[in-house]
Write a protein that binds this ligand. Structure first.
Ligand code: PAF
Length: 300
């Protein structure tokens, strides 16, 4: 059985595995400064916890990329809209640390909201990534990317990683973070890994936990529709038709579709006929659960 030690929040399980977990910036900085003074490189995997195999793939890659690996676990209130799932978002810190203890992670940073936003989220300095933040996810979730960019920027300043790892499942988020790093000249490399999927193709996501059995069986349709857009586009069908067809199929199956679009992969702009590196992205509600997914593809 796992238990927390009172002061340093180390989690120790039966096999004696211990993983240091700190809550405060001061504690974290002491660690980081020590590593930096020894010339050790640092990788960061920012997460909101409720870790699944997608996160763990990032953790593994991070550990191979740098001498030290930090995983942050923080459900960031600033990136949730008023009617979104901040209150119900799964918080599973104990299980998360247990999972991470099987990986070469050096430190878990699990701050409180007050630690990250001592002045509250309303009055704090914001990082606004222009352009990309206003389309697609940004259009359907106003303020979302400002919340993401603000917290990721803060985590970058706290941890000062050499490399930070993100999943391509949140593809627009990845581009927003790359743009922030470019625009603000942050000395951090952003690395990404492909989406990890369940056996049937559903993209792994903490929000899949909200689905009941029937919805879970249906959910894979999102992936299948994206696959169909890719296959038919590559076979020469104009992707506009494939996209309309995908939306219809999703809505008929019981989804409420926010969008299915094909965009230029590098910047999510509407592609011209010369663009060949594309990506199809979709967002749809199944009951109260909002799912997103994407597939990158090339045209000949
Ligand atoms: O992708 C996520 O889990 C979050 O958006 C992130 C990057 C950890 C910021 O809160």
């Amino acid at each position: 059985m796992a238990h927390f030690q009172a002061h340093n929040m180390s989690l120790v399980d039966d096999s004696g595995i211990s993983l240091e977990t700190v809550e405060t910036i001061v504690q974290l900085r002491a660690r980081i400064q020590h590593w930096k003074s020894m010339g050790e490189s640092i990788a960061l995997v920012p997460t909101m916890g409720n870790l699944h195999d997608g996160h763990l793939a990032l953790v593994k890659a991070a550990a191979e990329s740098c001498r030290r690996t930090v995983v942050s676990i923080f459900v960031n209130p600033m990136q949730f809209g008023k009617n979104e799932d901040f209150d119900t978002y799964p918080r599973t810190l104990r299980d998360d640390i247990q999972k991470l203890s099987h990986y070469p992670v050096d430190l878990v940073f699990a701050p409180t909201i007050a630690e990250i936003y001592p002045q509250g989220t309303e009055t704090t300095t914001q990082v606004i990534v222009q352009g990309l933040s206003d389309i697609l996810e940004g259009e359907h979730r106003p303020g979302f990317f400002t919340g993401v960019a603000t917290v990721v920027n803060k985590l970058f300043n706290i941890v000062q990683p050499d490399i930070a790892w993100f999943g391509e499942k949140d593809y627009q988020q990845l581009l927003v973070i790359r743009q922030m790093v470019r625009d603000l000249a942050l000395p951090i490399e952003i690395h990404a890994l492909p989406t990890v999927r369940e056996v049937d193709g559903l993209a792994m996501s903490s929000r899949n936990n909200y689905l009941d059995e029937k919805q879970r069986r249906l959910a894979v349709k999102l992936y299948r529709c994206l696959r169909h857009v890719v296959d038919s586009s590559q076979q020469g069908m104009a992707y506009h038709y494939a996209v309309v067809h995908a939306c219809q199929e999703l809505d008929e199956a019981g989804f409420m579709t926010d969008y299915v679009v094909v965009r230029r992969r590098e910047d999510l702009e509407v592609p011209s006929e010369h663009d060949k590196s594309l990506i199809v992205l979709a967002a749809a509600h199944l009951g109260d659960t909002r799912l997103i997914d994407n597939l990158a593809f090339e045209l000949m």
